[in-house]
Design a protein around this ligand. Structure first.
Ligand SMILES: Cc1cc2nc3c(=O)[nH]c(=O)nc-3n(C[C@H](O)[C@H](O)[C@H](O)COP(=O)(O)O)c2cc1C
Length: 211
C-alpha cells in the first residue's frame, strides 16, 4: 500500500527525456504487466504499437507534417522521446466475447451499438494507468497525449487494422527536467467535494447543503 501510494503521488506526465535508450527488456516487462488490467468479461481488448527510431520520426511526420508547426510545438521534448507506444482497443472484441454462451443472456453480443457504456474505453484507461504507474516505478518518464484528428492517418501509416481504436499515444524515456503541463496545476478538489455518502448532496459555499 505504501509503495503504491508513493507511486500514485509521484506519477505525473513527463514531456522531456534524456538520450539514454529504453531497452527492449524494460519495455516488454512494462507492457506485459500493464495488461494485467481488469476488463469486462475479461475481453482483454488491447494491443500495443511500439515505435522507435525511424518509426518515431514517421509518427511525427504523420501527425505533424508541417515542419514549421513542428518547430513551434510547445513540447519539443516529446518529439525526441526514444519510444512511443500507441495503446489500442478493439471494440468488436466485446461483441464477440459477449456473444459467447456464458454472456449470451446480456444481449451485448448483438454488436457494440448495444453497449450503454462503451467499456473498451474504461478498460483501455486501466491499461494506460497501469503503464504510466509502471513507468514511474521503473524510474521512466511517460506522457499520454491525444491523437486528435490523426487517428486514421496513424492507423494507415503503421498498418493497424480498422477495427482498432487508439487510446492516445504514450511517449516514454528517461526523464529530463521539464515544466509541468498547463493543466497540471489545476487544483485537486477537496475529497468532500467529490465524495457523496449515501445521498448526493451539493455543498453550498456557506457549508450548508442545498440537497
Ligand atoms: C485522456 C488524456 C489525454 C491527454 N492529452 C494530453 C495531450 O494531448 N497533451 C498533453 O500534453 N497532455 C495530455 N494529457 C495529460 C494531462 O494534461 C495531465 O494528465 C493532467 O494535466 C494532470 O497532470 P499529471 O498527469 O502530470 O498529474 C492527457 C491526459 C489524459 C488522461
Amino acid at each position: 500500500m505504501d509503495e503504491l501510494a508513493r507511486l500514485l503521488s509521484a506519477r505525473h506526465m513527463v514531456r522531456r527525456y534524456t538520450d539514454e535508450p529504453v531497452t527492449e527488456d524494460v519495455l516488454e516487462q512494462l507492457l506485459d504487466l500493464a495488461r494485467r488490467a481488469p476488463s469486462a468479461g475479461n475481453t482483454q481488448p488491447w494491443s500495443f504499437l511500439v515505435l522507435r527510431d525511424g518509426d518515431v520520426d514517421r509518427y511525427w511526420a504523420t501527425t505533424m507534417p508541417d515542419p514549421e508547426a513542428r518547430s513551434r510545438f510547445r513540447w519539443q521534448g516529446l518529439l525526441s522521446a526514444p519510444v512511443l507506444v500507441v495503446p489500442y482497443v478493439c471494440p468488436d472484441a466485446y461483441a464477440e466475447r459477449y456473444g459467447e454462451a456464458d454472456k449470451a443472456g446480456t444481449g451485448l453480443g448483438a454488436g457494440i451499438a448495444a453497449w450503454p457504456v462503451p467499456y473498451w474505453w474504461v478498460d483501455g484507461g486501466a491499461v494506460v494507468q497501469n503503464l504510466l504507474l509502471l513507468a514511474t516505478a521503473a524510474g521512466l518518464g511517460a506522457c499520454l497525449f491525444g491523437q486528435f484528428e490523426h487517428e486514421a492517418a496513424v492507423r494507415a501509416a503503421f498498418g493497424v487494422p480498422d477495427d482498432q481504436r487508439a487510446l492516445g499515444t504514450i511517449s516514454l524515456g528517461w526523464p529530463a527536467p521539464d515544466e509541468p503541463g498547463r493543466s497540471a496545476g489545476r487544483p485537486r478538489p477537496a475529497l468532500d467535494q467529490v465524495l457523496h455518502r449515501g445521498f448526493w448532496q451539493r455543498e453550498r459555499n456557506d457549508g450548508r447543503s442545498d440537497g
